[in-house]
Design a protein around this ligand. Structure first.
Ligand SMILES: [Zn+2]
Length: 193
């Protein structure tokens, strides 16, 4: 069952969060120390869940410096009847209501596929400063092209969006685990809606 109250699409979105854990800026070493495989696997699992609910197979989550998941979100485009409800938008909207900007700058977003230009912008403006993604935008386009003659994708990497800011850099890791991240998209047909 979706949690309509916070718009994440996740019934079990985490709500507990120790602010005292997040008083210092996340370092590169801390980012590197995180269990990327475990966290990305969860994002991919959520992406599969989104597809089962009738939405596009995408999901994202936020993790703290200890690898604790503090918030999860799925794509909810079709169940919300709103084409802007990409998983990262849902995640950033819920996170903006829940966390201080300083806290957001100390969290890492794991997303099952590379953020599109819209979601990269939302991530930037929400204040998240570290992103790990599974499928690249190119790989996603290739996967979708199998069943969809004109896949509705933007040919722009999230790095291109983030690099337009000279003052607020965002660290990006990805693509990672593309074979696993591609599974929720196998045979996916975009609903004609
Ligand atoms: Zn997006």
């Amino acid at each position: 069952m979706r949690n309509r109250s916070d718009g994440t699409g996740c019934a079990n979105a985490k709500t507990t969060h120790e602010r005292t854990d997040l008083m210092n800026t996340l370092t590169k070493a801390e980012l590197d120390s995180l269990d990327h495989e475990k966290l990305m696997s969860r994002a991919i699992e959520l992406a599969s869940n989104a597809r089962k609910k009738g939405n596009k197979p995408f999901a994202a989550l936020l993790a703290d410096r200890h690898g604790n998941i503090v918030l999860e979100a799925e794509n909810t485009e079709f169940t919300e009847n709103d084409f802007t409800r990409h998983s990262e938008i849902n995640l950033m909207s819920a996170a903006s209501r829940r966390f201080h900007t300083r806290e957001l700058s100390e969290l890492v977003m794991y997303v099952s596929a590379e953020p599109c230009a819209m979601c990269a912008g939302a991530t930037f403006f929400a204040g998240v400063r570290a992103v790990v993604f599974g499928l690249s935008a190119d790989s996603l386009a290739d996967l979708w092209a199998v069943e969809n003659p004109k896949p509705h994708v933007l040919d722009m990497s999230c790095r291109q969006v983030f690099e337009t800011s000279a003052t607020h850099p965002i660290t990006v890791l990805g693509p990672i685990m593309e074979d696993e991240a591609g599974v929720p998209h196998l045979g996916y047909v975009i609903p004609d809606k």
